[in-house]
Design a binder for this molecule. Structure first.
Ligand SMILES: NC(=O)c1ccc[n+]([C@@H]2O[C@H](COP(=O)([O-])OP(=O)(O)OC[C@H]3O[C@@H](n4cnc5c(N)ncnc54)[C@H](OP(=O)(O)O)[C@@H]3O)[C@@H](O)[C@H]2O)c1
Length: 273
């Protein structure tokens, strides 16, 4: 692996390539095999959420190796009051079949005040039910509001949309996260699989004897501190994706990518769900 490990605030370290699980469940046993193969290859961060309906699948996949994996789950905004967050966490723990979540996120901004959610996160952390907490789908201004709250500087990450077609965060959110030494999690790094036939990616992939999917993942992880969490539903896809960790894109590759998928030159509001 060429990319450096990601180091969270509490010292926990993970591979910059994790595993997403949104829309898993239709091919359950194949998907569990895929997650397990990923874990055996070092992709120990697994991303789920109460919304996805995949926590029990993830729990089954990691039953034999809970302490080797880094589980990420998320509370729905509609549940993110103080009491609701604590209740939702208990339910996630039960579905996951574990007594702690490594990283617990607010899925996106809702109508409950951040202060309530963060107070619940801090208590869950003290109780040992979550190791760390963070946010998802928050732009810079909202991240500033989080850091200003009591316990706010314990925020461990922000999980946001980032792929070749959605590069807006390069303008301000990535630099902001770097200034706060906060790892960022890049979701939908493959554009839900749509981008892999793009001619630029095909050409670069040929030069590296790689696949376009591997190029997209190597590109996402080229910035230190960014964790890519593609969802792969088969062992073959997991194995292919893992090989992106050995790729280093050249200056020429990056120039061609920039020409095909331009970087932002002004503030673009955070895209996402
Ligand atoms: N925080 C949030 O609001 C948020 C929002 C969206 C997503 N997420 C997280 O981010 C994860 C990833 O995002 P995503 O699932 O939206 O999209 P994605 O990872 O960009 O794309 C997933 C698609 O790519 C395909 N794929 C994976 N590896 C492949 C390969 N080597 N070759 C060809 N196709 C491949 C998958 O097919 P197969 O299943 O057949 O492998 C699937 O159809 C989610 O699963 C979820 O955990 C978070």
């Amino acid at each position: 692996m060429k990319q450096p490990l990601i180091i969270f605030r509490n010292g926990q370290q993970v591979c910059p390539l994790g595993q997403g699980t949104y829309q898993m469940g239709r091919r359950r046993s194949e998907e569990i095999q895929a997650l397990r193969r990923g874990i055996s290859l070092g992709l120990t961060l697994i991303d789920t959420a109460e919304m996805y309906g995949t926590e029990d699948l993830v729990g089954e996949a990691v039953r034999h190796c809970r302490d080797e994996v880094f589980l990420v789950s998320k509370v729905l905004p509609s549940h993110a009051s103080y009491e609701g967050t604590k209740r939702a966490c208990e339910q996630s723990l039960r579905r996951l079949g574990t007594d702690y979540i490594d990283l617990y996120l607010l899925h996106w901004i809702g109508h409950h005040p951040f202060s309530e959610t963060v107070r619940a996160f801090a208590e869950l952390q003290q109780e040992g039910k979550i190791r760390q907490w963070g946010m998802s789908n928050l732009d810079v201004a909202d991240m500033e509001r989080i850091l200003a709250l009591p316990h706010g500087t314990d925020c461990a990450t922000n999980q946001v949309l980032y792929n070749l077609q959605d590069r807006g965060i390069e303008y301000d959110l990535i630099p902001w996260s770097e200034r706060h030494t906060m790892p960022l999690m890049a979701y939908t790094p493959l554009g839900e699989g749509r981008l892999r036939h793009h001619e630029t990616l095909v050409r670069i992939a040929e030069r590296h004897h790689a696949t376009p999917t591997q190029i997209m993942l190597a590109w996402t992880m080229r910035t230190p501190g960014i964790i890519a969490i593609p969802k792969a539903g088969s062992v073959a896809h997991v194995e292919e994706n893992t090989r992106s960790l050995d790729l280093t894109l050249t200056a020429e590759d990056l120039r061609e990518i920039d020409a095909a998928f331009p970087a932002p030159i002004q503030k673009i509001p955070l895209a996402g769900w």
